[in-house]
Ligand binder design. Sequence first.
Ligand SMILES: [Zn+2]
Length: 187
Amino acid sequence: MGMLPDEVVPVRLMATVWADTSGLHDDLRTREDLDAWLDDVGIERGSRPPSAAELALARRLRDAVRRLAAQVTADERQSPTVDLDTALGDLNDLVTRLPVPQLTFVAGKLQEGSSRGTSPVVTGLARVARESIALLGGPDAAKLRACYAPGCVLYFMKTHPRREWCSVACGNRARAARHYEKIRSTR
Ligand SMILES: [Zn+2]
């Protein structure tokens, strides 16, 4: 299971980059990683494993949503990996790959179908792009937060007025760090 399993899918995608005391980790490094993540978030697809191009697409989407989340939350924790225009472009390009209805004329009859040529993985990622657009550009954006616990690089939805951290573990570490600071400053 990836980080923050209770968050919405765009936030879970952001959380595929996370940190601990040994440094930054990336949960989307290989095609197998992407396969596992798609399972985690319940994106339906065939038995075919994701291609290298689909992995690259997922990573671009992830970097874009993290960049845009940093914009929304005025996050000052780390320097961005992509610029704002690239992030917007990547998200807006991907969402156009959602299947759309198409009318065809076959054997003398009109038939409703959908646009073809998009793999289930790309369709799934395009759905995540659509959810990300709704989150980052809609009213819920006001609830998105960067977690400022020591060393954390995650985002979370402030679903409760008193929630300050992405996880219980981060809350505990942040309190311990404050406590340590207090002891040090009174010496
Ligand atoms: Zn955190």
